[in-house]
Design a protein around this ligand. Sequence first.
Ligand code: KG4
Ligand code: ZN
Length: 311
Amino acid sequence: MRILGIETSCDETAAAIVEDGVKIISNVVASSQAMHAKFGGIIPEQAAREQVKSIIPVINEAITAYPDFDAIGVTIGPGLIGSLLVGVETAKALAYTWNKPLIPVNHLVGHIYANWLIDEKKPPKLPALVLLVSGGHSELIYMKDHGVFELIGSTRDDAAGECFDKCARILNLGYPGGPAIERAATKPSQTPLPRPLIYEKNFDFSFSGLKTAVLHRKDEDPGQIAYELQEAITDVLVKKTLKAAESLKVDSILIAGGVAANQRLREKMNLDLIPPVSLCTDNAAYIASAAFFNNRPIPWQKIDAVPDLVV
Ligand code: KG4
Ligand code: ZN
């Protein structure tokens, strides 16, 4: 079964065709990130306008060589309302005119399915513990089976990606902050940054204090602060994930979301199976995969964008 995935939750406009949830047939991503970089962050109205311009060319490119597919999967949330609406309303119009089933997909659940696109012969073993770290979310999720998710920990304030983004801004390193911090992180300093909640007996995160700590040290060498920030964030993420995996006795540990593109995090997690960097940041291939494994079509009349959707 081939599914066309459509993703427009933030500043990427993406469309992809995936076979049986595991094999990428086409995968197209257009991003308005460079435009936002000038302003040091996303301007939602601008992001939505770019979505409108890109959506048809991107879908067209994804399907031109592969016009035969069986259903459409679309991100309905969480995300920016203006951006989400572009993908959702386009998907509804196409499902109606092409007479295809339409499957709503939670963007966060979608991220997790990047792990099913690594090697079609080696799907992740379930139950799994998922560390989902993106621009807006830092969550530990117990995935018992497809469609059966339990949130076991989340951030109490800023997400890990948000912390990278805000600190990069404080340090004048540019946007998006994660890759900018990663590039700048050259040498350790004598004074490490705190590891918030690392020894607490829960699976929650808190990253807003790190932002304040960085603000206090913004006049130091940015390469050293970037290094210490990356170490602090990745230490907390790894330690808490391993502790949760141990207590839940899972068969695998998965990472997902834009922050999973971070090389230092990937090194420290040391997992057998890890999605390539290009599948960690926003794309529509994982949306198509999630739609395949959670194939519950809904009449297009009943599908709406939900900006604050949860796992
Ligand atoms: O999943 P994603 O592409 O979009 C959301 O759904 O939010 O994640 C974007 C986040 C941004 O905060 C960005 O700074 C972060 O992922 N990110 C990284 C890296 N690449 C992207 N963080 C750390 N290291 C990276 N290499
Ligand atoms: Zn995302």
